[in-house]
Design a protein around this ligand. Structure first.
Ligand code: CMP
Length: 142
């Protein structure tokens, strides 16, 4: 089924100039780019994005970190988009991520793991709304 997913390139990866390489991986796999922006994440956006981790020991650092520099947020579309992106980014911990995955190739540590992607279609819908107005998401790509 054709579906949307939400992806965010994290501050250290934007700083390192990895945005183009990461987008190329998705384009090479036939994802359609429906929305894209560079964002200075607010406290509210950061805490909303990561609300499922609230209460975990790493939560405060995570929300602070995502505000530490610009991120690149995007909405991608293709069949089975959520699962496919999760496969392409690899394990949350770059030390465990397979070579060939985005985190396996570019990630430094679990806190600096290059990229975030929604883990379900429901979360994709929730997360993309934190960053994009409906009119900012392209609906016709032909
Ligand atoms: P992300 O996919 O953005 O979702 C939550 C983030 O929390 C995760 O990537 C990691 O960068 C960060 N994190 C830090 N410690 C942990 C941990 N022990 N388990 C999972 N995520 C962690």
């Amino acid at each position: 089924m054709v579906e949307l997913t939400f992806v965010m390139v994290k501050p250290e990866a934007v700083q390192q100039g990895l945005v183009g390489k990461i987008i190329t991986r998705f384009e090479d796999k036939y994802f359609k780019l429906l929305a894209l922006k560079v964002v200075n994440v607010s406290q509210k956006q950061g805490s909303d994005l990561y609300k499922q981790h609230q209460g975990k020991p790493f939560y405060d650092n995570l929300v602070e970190y995502v505000q530490s520099g610009p991120v690149v947020a995007m909405v991608l579309e293709r069949e089975n988009a959520v699962e496919m992106v999760r496969k392409m980014i690899g394990n949350t911990d770059p030390l465990k991520a397979d070579p060939g995955t985005i985190r396996g190739d570019f990630g430094h540590s679990i806190d600096h793991n290059v990229i975030h992607a929604a883990d379900s279609p429901e979360n994709a819908d929730r997360e993309l709304k934190i960053f994009f107005m409906p009119e900012e998401i392209i609906t016709t790509t032909s």
